[in-house]
Design a protein around this ligand. Structure first.
Ligand code: NAD
Length: 297
């Protein structure tokens, strides 16, 4: 059996098109332009790449993009003052503070100082609580992207057995909440899970968010299961070249699974597309306008 490939890159393209079309309507009918502010503290190379890519795609969908690049030794007080200013800026509907922050800054404090309505990463404690209680919230981008692909592939997820490997606050836990919201029977597995292999084998849906290269082999996957690979791991191959791989062993898993997201080209592109979708959603909510269909949880 060879799995269907869930093409996240193409799917992200359709999400961006939907966002751009809605943004164009907002401008024409309401004279409103959604705005996203991204704050980067320090010069972490990977973060710089992400921030550049986010800014470029924000502009391409017709939204306003503002970047604030701060010195690595910026004080907490200065960062909080900038967030306060952005919270009060009516032209900014989404605020994203790129993580990780330098060690002297308290990430929880910083994230929780963002207005929940503008928290397009969905990490604010209020949004975490709203998601956990099944209420309207800003949903973290990576799990939202995974959910969109799963809904698109399966239609209804109701009653399916879903196993999420990884319990982080940014991927594993919100992913589990979203799957529960769609009436899956959800198991969260993690580094202390016993018989992980057996747990994974029972799943109709496997979401791997661990950060260990090619950890999940095909022998763990139930026949026909849908596998969403969130992992992004850079490894050196035998020929000395660097390669990006996921948390599942694509070659063996695609022999048994019914469907699989590749790395790269799966979850990654969906994450930024969902950030754009969240910014648009936040803008519509702020202005009491109808939210875009199919772009929220
Ligand atoms: P994290 O390190 O915060 O969490 C990893 C989780 O994996 C932990 O909950 C841990 O319990 C679990 N784990 C570790 N070893 C395990 C093992 N042997 N068996 C079972 N579970 C184990 O990581 P994260 O931030 O959730 O990210 C996970 C992966 O997803 C990373 O590769 C990261 O780069 C990637 N990621 C990708 C995107 C994207 O846009 N595609 C976004 C966020 C994270």
């Amino acid at each position: 059996m060879t799995a269907n490939i869930i093409d996240g890159k193409a799917f992200a393209g359709t999400v961006r098109e939907k966002v751009a079309a809605h943004v164009a309507r907002l401008k024409e009918e309401n004279n409103i332009t959604p705005g996203l502010a991204v704050v980067l503290v320090g010069e972490d190379p990977a973060s710089q790449v992400y921030v550049r890519s986010k800014g470029k795609q924000t502009v391409e969908t017709g939204m306003k993009s503002v970047e604030h690049k701060l010195d690595v030794d910026t004080s907490e007080a200065d960062l909080l003052a900038l967030i306060d200013q952005l919270n009060n800026d009516e032209t900014i509907h989404g605020i994203l503070v790129q993580l990780p922050l330098p060690k002297h800054l308290n990430e929880d404090l910083v994230i929780n100082s963002i207005s929940p309505a503008k928290d397009v990463d969905g990490f604010h404690i209020s949004n975490v609580g709203l998601l956990g209680t099944g209420q309207k919230s800003m949903v973290p981008c990576t799990p939202l992207g995974c959910l969109m692909m799963l809904r698109d592939y399966h239609g209804s997820l109701s009653g399916l057995n879903a196993v999420v490997i990884g319990r982080s606050n940014i991927v594993g836990k919100p992913m589990a909440q979203l799957l529960l919201g769609d009436s899956c029977t959800v198991t969260i597995a993690h580094s202390r899970t016993k018989d992980l292999e057996e747990v994974v084998r029972r799943a109709d849906i496997v979401v791997a968010a661990v950060g260990r290269p090619e950890m999940v082999p095909g022998s763990w996957i139930g026949k026909g299961a849908t596998v969403i690979d969130v992992g992004i791991n850079r490894i050196e191959k035998e020929d000395g070249k660097m390669k990006l791989v996921g948390d599942v062993d694509f070659a063996s898993v695609s022999e048994v699974a019914g469907a699989i997201t590749p790395v790269p080209g799966g979850v990654g592109p969906m994450t930024i597309a969902c950030l754009l979708a969240n910014t648009l959603t936040a803008c519509c909510r702020a202005n009491g306008l109808q939210e875009p269909e199919g772009l929220t949880a």
